[in-house]
Design a protein around this ligand. Structure first.
Ligand code: ZN
Length: 147
């Protein structure tokens, strides 16, 4: 089964080609029963409507926004349910480090926070782009303290 990234806003937040709420959540969905993309793995309802029947969630299946001022928060419930399934979509790379820490070339460990930024004990939180520009490439740390 192939999973697809679903970028979503928080309910009621702006979501247009030019303007978003800044922090967006990325969920995962498998194929739908009759084609297309099915329900989000964690149960988040991307089709929520308000009392007037208007959409409350902005979402993009497989795509989404990037660029300065936009942070992507990985849904950890979806990441935990993804297992070893193949993930496709603009934000697929986020799921490689959603559940594991990343290690820079100095051996410092960075964890993805709910704000979409990487956190370490020594510094303020930064975007992954910023961390890699300043400290070099990051690699998933799967060692579990073994060696
Ligand atoms: Zn989710």
């Amino acid at each position: 089964m192939t999973l697809t990234t679903i970028e979503t806003t928080t309910p009621g937040a702006k979501y247009t080609l030019f303007e978003t709420s800044g922090v967006l959540t990325v969920h995962l969905a498998g194929p739908g029963k009759t084609g297309g993309t099915g329900a989000i793995l964690c149960g988040f309802d991307r089709f929520q409507r308000d009392e007037n029947g208007r959409w409350m969630i902005g979402f993009s299946v497989g795509g989404g926004t990037t660029g300065p001022g936009t942070h992507h928060r990985v849904c950890k419930a979806c990441a935990e349910r993804a297992g070893e399934e193949t993930i496709r979509g603009t934000h697929q790379g986020l799921f490689q480090y959603a559940l594991y820490p990343l290690r820079d070339r100095h051996g410092d460990v960075w964890m993805l926070g709910d704000d979409g930024l990487l956190h370490t004990r020594e510094t303020a939180p930064f975007s992954r782009d910023h961390v890699e520009r300043k400290w070099g490439p990051l690699h998933p740390d799967h060692t579990d303290g073994g060696q």
